[in-house]
Design a protein around this ligand. Sequence first.
Ligand code: GAR
Length: 209
Amino acid sequence: MKRIAVLVSGGGTNLQALIDAQARGEIQNGTIAAVISSSPGAYALERAGKAGIPGYVVNRKDYDSNREMTLALLKQLRELDIDLIVLAGFMYVLTEELVHAYRNAIINVHPALIPSFCGEGFYGLHVHEKALAYGVKVSGATVHFVSEECDGGPVILQKAVEVREDDTPKLLQRRIMEEAEWQLLPRAVSLFCQDRLKVEGRIVRILPE
Ligand code: GAR
């Protein structure tokens, strides 16, 4: 069984999708061993508690930089003997120390079709504001491995979602979550835990069962 840590900053609906998938037996060969939040008030911690998953806080406010927070996270992850880190609405850019320690073992969900609407400053609702302002007719979600480059690591899964004429950032965010993120993230996590994701340079191959 691979031990999974889910890193969160806010509401945690993607965490909930993982918890629900685990309850349905859809995370094969993996178990959510910890939820780590960057803020003590995150609702995601309550979701973890209700599911009986230990919750931890590595409070960004306690550190002077993202690097110092990353080093504290790394220590916590090692103590917990974690195999896979999932960034599920984690709002800080982690520094290279974590990427080096967990090469191709950190998965992020991003609410757009990378390489569109990604990189520094593209997080949460901002992503959907920028997609609507640009006038794209489709957007979607991407699940990818985390590399040194913000939102630049190898793509694992993507799904397109239509943009409607009367969309607001919140409406589009919700549709992308329901139709894409909550499906892709548990699937990618299960594939990882079954050792079915083979990374060849930028390309991720999905191995058959
Ligand atoms: C999700 O839409 C996730 O894709 C996005 O933040 C939201 C978190 O919601 N992540 C990013 O923008 C990362 N760059 P949640 O806390 O309900 O899962």
